[in-house]
Ligand binder design. Sequence first.
Ligand SMILES: O=C(O)C(=O)C[C@]1(C(=O)O)C=C[C@@H](O)C=C1
Length: 306
Amino acid sequence: MPRIAYFGPQGTFTEQAARALAHPDRDELVAADTVSAAVAAVRTGEADAACVPVENSVEGAVPATMDALATGEPVVAVAETVLPVRFSVLVRPGTRPAEIRTVTSHPHALAQVHDWLATHLPHAATVAATSTAAAAVAVRRGEYDAAVTAPVAVEHYPLDVLATNIADVADAATRFLLVRRPGSLPEPTGSDRTSIVAVTPDRVGALAEMLAELALRGINLTRIESRPTKERLGEYRFFLDLIGHVAEERVGDALAALRRRCLHVRFLGSYPTAERISTAVPAYAVDTEFRQAAEWLTAVRHGETG
Ligand SMILES: O=C(O)C(=O)C[C@]1(C(=O)O)C=C[C@@H](O)C=C1
């Protein structure tokens, strides 16, 4: 039975994302305590795939995921899903709001209910937990007074719901990836995303040139983030998400150009977009134009005028 490791423990948003991406009868879900442990399980072969959070519409990128994907044995994303994110506040039975001195959760979750906490629990200190479900476990154990969790967490951890359906930003959403060891790529669907990591040389215009390679080929960038390489101060990795599949000419051509220009490029996968983003490709950048241009060039090189 294929095993999918997910950033757990049970009751995280990532578990729900893994359920959305898994085959209900065929796949077995296994919890990992951290994002890096979930990805490591794929690298060692303990799991066939891992589900990890990648970005949130309010709090941005998930640094643990960026670091886990950028280094170590390569893994590639084969699918994504986007979940709406609203939270519950869980407490031990009998806890009154006035007694709450500490609130724990994943930093992304705390950031998304910052205003709610300031209004409803203004005297409580916030403490980071490894995940929203780990926060519920810590409250059960009596380490903290309240946990900000996914609404499903209460089904796994017998706690009382102090508040539910809370979010400072009404339509907050988090995107999750399913990653595997490299192998055959998902087929292009006409609405795909490609993710890469690139390290540019330290010189004037290097980043602008990288972006120009994409722009000139009619490629829409949906995300660009940077993280330090951790090797020397001032050296960064850029994480780029772009619309299109590496099997498409314009995307393949752009990645090859980045490979020439950058110190390092890591391919992180081409996979269908969860929200069926439209791929409006300019006429000059469609596959047939690339092929006709390549044929024309071949002809010119063989002495024909084209
Ligand atoms: O802790 C969880 O429940 C997670 O799945 C992680 C995570 C995140 O990394 O952003 C996922 C969605 C929410 O935005 C809050 C936390």
